[in-house]
Ligand binder design. Structure first.
Ligand SMILES: *Cc1c(COP(=O)(O)O)cnc(C)c1O
Length: 404
């Protein structure tokens, strides 16, 4: 079903999340169909030729065009307020596709040092081998981004809030900086999803998604996407996608399409539970600092509340301890005493996940790098799911109570 502005009024996110997709097929299905087909048949040779040449609309081959994947792209573009979207097989594939389409050897990128670990490796290690140089700067200090600008800077790459300390980037300030220097701003919007934050509204040029997280929302499939303006997506990203095949499976697209239908209500519920958990953790004697943008104690609470509808679903907290060794033992104790939380580094699931960043997501960093990033041995990350909040509090209490 194609959603248009029936009375000229823009449709709200919750409506688009349920309704925006390709038009129904002649069978009149109410739920979007799953097209598990690698190729598409043409009525005659001339039509095949026109479709292959891109002169006529029509599906050709699922490496770069598939109706279920198109519905996923249309829905996500609508949610982000973007002109267009290109689906990819994973969130990392989305970043790679954008980099391959927009960068060449000799170009320069500025990236927050607070981004997802694999993103750091992609820019700092893999793309460096192809002559793209990246400078990593502070998540929160815009003057460091300004100082890193060069004539050949093409992209600024940010992720907000950051993992696990929930530090917030000023999207509008970074967009102004990028545009003043002839560069573009990319924002990885995994943690908030468009239900809570729309980076394009603040001037970002590109939005990256790992559909694996809140868009699916139930921890089932790997998926990704790049959202942005229609012209560069059609002229620059599509030819690269067609050639390199960082494609999303139609089945995974279909799963995430279903997930997006409930994105709004889920993000509200995740956020309410995360805020309740953050407030409760602040009252626990064994807990030192709690990091959550929805708390007034968060250093960038005001900025976060300008950019985001809520504090989001992810928080972290530090256990009080005499030294790093005791902090690690205490963190492991609290994690191991849980019976409900899943001990896993994933997030964006209905199931609450609990993580010790220093030995998992940030385990490959040196102790000095971890110190610089503020990730101590007593830090625990919680990606709050949709279980009952008092059950989650009792689950954490079991370990916390025995520490004091
Ligand atoms: C998970 C994640 C990614 C990578 O997504 P995949 O789908 O796992 O490839 C990128 N950025 C952020 C912020 C993530 O949380």
């Amino acid at each position: 079903m194609t959603v248009d502005d029936q009375n000229g009024a823009p449709l709200a996110l919750d409506t688009l999340a349920v309704r925006e997709a390709l038009p129904r097929t002649p069978y009149g299905e109410n739920s979007e169909a799953l097209f598990l087909t690698s190729s598409f048949v043409h009525p005659d040779a001339a039509t095949a030729a026109a479709r292959f040449a891109g002169e006529q609309e029509g599906f050709v081959y699922s490496r770069f065009s598939n109706p279920t994947v198109s519905s996923y792209e249309r829905r996500l573009a609508a949610l982000e307020g973007a002109e267009a979207c290109m689906a990819t097989g994973s969130g990392m594939a989305a970043i790679l596709l954008l980099a391959m389409a927009m960068l060449k050897a000799g170009d320069h990128v500025i990236c927050s040092q607070g981004v997802f670990g694999s993103t750091i490796n992609l820019f700092g290690r893999e793309l460096a081998r192809f002559g793209v140089e990246t400078t990593f700067v502070s998540q929160t200090d815009v003057s460091q981004w300004a100082a890193a600008l060069r004539p050949n800077t093409r992209l600024l790459f940010a992720e907000t809030p950051s993992n696990p300390l929930t530090e917030v980037c000023d999207i509008a300030a970074l967009a102004d900086l990028a545009h003043g220097a002839g560069a573009e701003l990319v924002v990885d919007n995994c943690f908030c999803s468009p239900a809570l934050q729309r980076p394009l509204d603040f001037g970002a040029d590109w939005v990256i998604h790992s559909g694996t997280k809140y868009l699916d929302g139930q921890g089932r499939v790997i998926a990704g996407a790049v959202c942005g303006k229609a012209a560069p997506i059609h002229d620059k990203l599509l030819p690269v996608q067609r050639t390199v095949g960082l494609s999303l499976s139609p089945f995974n697209a279909w799963v995430v399409l279903k997930g997006m239908e409930t994105l709004g209500v889920r993000m509200q519920a995740h956020s309410a539970a995360a805020l309740a958990m953050a407030q409760w953790l602040q009252t626990q004697p064994a807990v030192g600092r709690v990091f959550y943008p929805g708390l007034e104690s968060h250093p960038q609470h005001a900025l976060a509340m300008r950019q985001q509808k809520t504090g989001g679903a992810v928080l972290s907290f530090e256990l009080k301890a005499a030294d790093a060794q005791q902090a690690k033992a205490r963190a492991f104790h609290v994690i191991d005493q849980t019976r409900i939380c899943s001990i896993t580094a994933n997030l964006g699931d209905t199931k609450t996940t609990i993580t010790h960043p220093a030995t998992t997501t940030h385990g490959r960093l040196s102790e000095a790098q971890r110190q610089a990033a503020g990730i101590g041995q007593g830090l625990i990350r919680l990606a709050v799911g949709l279980e009952d909040v008092s059950d989650l509090q009792r689950d954490l209490s079991r370990g916390l109570q025995t520490l004091v």
